[in-house]
Ligand binder design. Sequence first.
Ligand SMILES: Nc1ncnc2c1ncn2[C@@H]1O[C@H](COP(=O)(O)OP(=O)(O)OP(=O)(O)O)[C@@H](O)[C@H]1O
Length: 220
Amino acid sequence: MGLRYGTGPEVLRDVSFTLPPGSFHFMTGASGAGKSSLLKLMYLALRPSRGLITLFGRDMARLTRADLPELRRQIGVVFQDFSLLDHLSALDNVALPLRMSGAGEAEVVEHCTEILRWVGLGNHLNALPSTLSGGQQQRVAIARSVINRPRLLLADEPTGNVDDGIGMRLLYLFEEMHKLGATVVIATHNEALIRRFNHPRLHLENGRLHVMPAQSAHWA
Ligand SMILES: Nc1ncnc2c1ncn2[C@@H]1O[C@H](COP(=O)(O)OP(=O)(O)OP(=O)(O)O)[C@@H](O)[C@H]1O
C-alpha cells in the first residue's frame, strides 16, 4: 500500500502489515514519518493512492460512503486535533458514541461520569471544551474513544499534552480495552511508556514500515 498527498512524493511506500485481532502495537517514527497518515488510513479518513486496506475482513476499496458510519462506530479514535464538538459539554462529547448506539440515558450518564473521573476530569463534567486546557481536551477525546468498547482503538500521541502520571493512567485505560479484546494502535514519541508497556512496534522510517517484536522494542 502507498500514500501520497496530491502530486507530492509518496509519504508511505510499500507498507504492508496485518494487525491480528486483539493485538496491541505502538507506532513510532520521527516527526513527519507518516504516523498520523497511517492512522487516518486505518480510520478510513484517507484512501491509499495504491494498494489495498482490509478492515474487519472487508476490502475498503469496495465500500460506499453509506458503509462508513457503521464501520467507524466500531473504531475509537483520538486524533491530534481532538475533534471535540465545541457546543457540547465534556460529558455530552463522551456520550456521543453511546447515544448513537442507542444506550439508555441513565446508563449513558453513569458510564460517562465514571470514565471522566478515571481520566481526572470528574470536576469538569459540564465544562465546554473551549474552557478546558489542551491536556484536558485530550483526555475528553480519550474518554470518548473508549466509551463504546471499540473493536479497534487508534490514538495519535494521546499522552502528548499530559504529565507522566496521567500518561501512565491513560495507558492503563488502553490496556484495559486491550484486555477486553480491542485491537489497539498508539502512535507515540514517549519512550518511557513504550518501555513500561512491552508491546510490539510499528516503526516508520523513510516511508517504510518495520514491525519490531515486543522484546526488541523493550530493549531498544
Ligand atoms: N494534508 C496533507 N497534505 C500534504 N502533505 C501532508 C498532509 N498531511 C501530512 N502531510 C505530509 O505527510 C508526511 C507525514 O505526515 P504525518 O503527519 O503523517 O507524520 P507524523 O509521523 O504523524 O508526524 P508527527 O509526529 O509530527 O505528528 C509529512 O511529510 C507531511 O508534511
